[in-house]
Design a protein around this ligand. Sequence first.
Ligand code: C5P
Length: 222
Amino acid sequence: MTVAALVPAAGSGVRMAAGAPKALLLLVGEPLLVHAVRALRAVPRVTQIVVAVPPGREFETEELLRPYDVQVVPGGAERSDSVRAALAAVHDDVDLVLVHDAARALAPAAVADRVIDALELGADAVVPVLPVADTVKRVHQDEVTETLDRADLRAVQTPQGFRREVLEQAHAQGRDATDDAGLVELLGRTVRTVPGAEEAFKVTRPFDLRVAEAVLSEGQRG
Ligand code: C5P
């Protein structure tokens, strides 16, 4: 089966407070987006990569990613708009689509492999997950209203993987969810899980960038 990977990288990075698109922030000298795309290029079954960037940043991103043979499209106001823009550029012969946040710059190729394996075994949609270490509570204003059973909870990462037509239907609903698998759940289709990886954490705040630097320098030493 032919696999494409979409990389939504059009976020403004407000929580990073860096005044620049987060995907273009430098991590040991290279933008997060370059780390993320290089890792996807290390997955032999991925034959096409489409990156969605803030409108106006297409040309510089094409230059930046020239060694990795990607297509660059302008993203949209919401993450789901950026995914839809990238999905529209997927080649006709593609059967399976991965969606991977540029912000998860250190996700190992093994996670993408596990997701593709599950799709090739027949799953409609697959997400990599990790157990949740913290106790998670629902709160209203400053009051706890519920403690969720941690044993049933998972933190969900990317790359998430989909049969192409399932992802297209999910995004055609005109509904909202915080991830692509959430849109598939709204279709009433089953989403399966595979083990994620600690390294696939999302670089969201300045502290995460320091953690990513430490992980990379440890890898280089090792
Ligand atoms: O904001 P958040 O960290 O959830 O964004 C996840 C990913 O979605 C990031 O890689 C970000 O660049 C991307 N994104 C996008 N278009 C938007 C908002 C976020 O491609 N409008």
